[in-house]
Design a binder for this molecule. Structure first.
Ligand code: UD1
Length: 421
């Protein structure tokens, strides 16, 4: 298994091209199951989660071709409508095929994703919403067997809690349902917007995306089309936080205005980090000075501080003078990185859902174990900040969500290498 080796202590300086968004691309890929016309997608990142979704779609008779910078998809009727445990266990987002399959074919058998390192992650909201649209479910041997008599029916759904995945599954299901579906308390993440913009492009009737009430008028059939996936705001945020941890300045390219505004907003309390717009597709991030920070940041649904940047923020704050508090309110167990950071000399206390960080002068390289996707990039940031050598094991977690992160960092002055083992 590959490891990442880092010699810490270098400031970052240079240009980084941000890749297409994993969390926007995955539901868009799942939604290609809704049409038998040809769909062409650009800005799909090269990530193992994307390859897992492609493998799953191929098993459902989607013909997929990759050309230099785009993929084409053509979804023909599958022989069986089963997403096996083997495929779903690799990636939770596989569950997003449930809505499209039920909507187009009226049946699906999908393995339950189960728990993962960051928490229990149930799927009750997905199932409750689809039940309200007329689907019935039986759970047998770890699989959800979903079926619909006739077509799914539009209805009003009130989510008791905001969920990105459940909102996406329901939107996709509603595009081919009979009548109007109204989703109340919908999640508002920009990746959901991107999915809706793609679906509209291929003929869906959707209104209100980006707000917490989304209305979908079902249509008989969706068509083909072409779409470019949005840039990855979490990757952009990870590079911004690397600058906070390591000093220096980076120019991020391939981004957009929304991402610039979002990051500027969530990083506003971090006075040592400055974001400056260059043009509509690039901005600069700079650590302006050494000083003290005393933050109280709570992770929230969009437009709040994303849980997907919580671990990276923790490591970026380790050597900053002051007492900083991060409260994780989305996932109950997203703290696996803390024990690894402590092994590097970090002063961190965990109290329930809160993490308290007291700045130290130095942290030291160590051999570390990545436990999940964002914990991996958090350990990379810590390695870049540390004195001496850090070795990170289990980097397959990293490859699920960051395209060539070590090459991008190396081009900006970091001493980082992937060692093939
Ligand atoms: C998506 C993102 C993930 C991000 C998360 C929160 C993708 C592929 N993944 O995950 O990177 O960390 O949003 O921004 O886009 N919940 C329930 N019942 C459900 C579904 C969710 O209780 O049926 C809970 C979860 O346990 C969690 C909260 O709702 O506490 C939010 O989860 P959700 O927004 O669904 O996350 P995902 O869509 O899985």
């Amino acid at each position: 298994m590959d490891v990442i080796e880092i010699i810490g202590g270098k400031p970052l300086k240079g240009k980084v091209r941000i890749s297409g968004s994993k969390n926007a691309a995955l539901p868009i890929l799942a939604s290609t199951l809704l049409t038998n016309s040809k769909v062409r997608l650009t800005n799909i990142p090269n990530l193992s989660d994307i390859f897992s979704m492609i493998e799953l779609l191929k098993s459902l008779n989607v013909k997929i071709y990759k050309k230099s910078n785009y993929y084409t998809f053509k979804s023909d009727t599958p022989k069986s409508l089963i997403a096996s445990y083997e495929l779903v266990r690799k990636m939770r987002a596989s569950f997003l095929i449930l809505g499209p399959l039920l909507s187009r074919y009226g049946y699906a058998k999908v393995s339950l994703p189960g728990g993962c390192a960051i928490g229990t992650r149930p799927v009750d909201l997905h199932l409750d919403g689809l039940k309200r649209m007329g689907a019935s479910f039986a759970i047998k041997n770890g699989y959800v067997h979903g079926s619909v008599k006739g077509k799914l029916k539009g209805t009003s759904i009130n989510f008791k809690k905001k969920s990105v995945g459940a909102t996406e599954n329901l939107i996709m299901a509603a595009t081919l349902a009979e009548g109007k579906t109204i989703i109340n308390n919908a999640a508002q993440e920009p990746e959901i917007d991107d999915l809706c913009n793609f679906l509209i492009q291929i003929g869906a009737k959707i209104k209100g995306h980006g707000t917490n009430v989304i209305t979908i008028e079902g249509v008989k059939k969706l068509n083909g089309g072409e779409f470019g996936v949005m840039p990855d705001r979490i990757e952009a945020g990870t590079f911004a936080l690397s600058v906070l941890g390591c000093s220096g300045n980076l120019i991020l390219t391939g981004v957009n205005n929304e991402i610039y505004k979002h990051l500027k907003d969530i990083f506003k309390p971090i006075k040592l980090l400055k974001l400056k717009k260059i043009d509509n597709k690039s901005f600069c991030i700079e650590k302006v000075k050494n000083g003290e920070l005393n933050l109280k940041i709570t992770t929230k649904e969009y437009p709040g501080f994303p849980t997907d940047l919580q671990a990276q923020l923790t490591s970026a704050l380790l050597k900053i003078q002051g007492f900083n508090e991060i409260n994780e309110k989305i996932f109950e167990n997203r703290f696996m990185h803390i024990s690894e950071l402590r092994r590097m000399g970090a002063k961190i206390r965990k109290k329930g859902s809160k993490v308290e960080i007291t700045g130290v002068k130095e942290i030291y390289g160590a051999e570390l174990m990545a436990t999940d996707l964002r914990a991996s990039s958090c350990l990379i940031i810590a390695g870049l900040m540390a004195k001496g050598k850090t070795i990170i094991n289990r980097v397959y977690h990293l490859d699920r969500g960051y395209e060539n992160i070590e090459k991008k960092l190396k081009a900006c002055g970091a001493k980082i290498d992937r060692i093939k083992k």
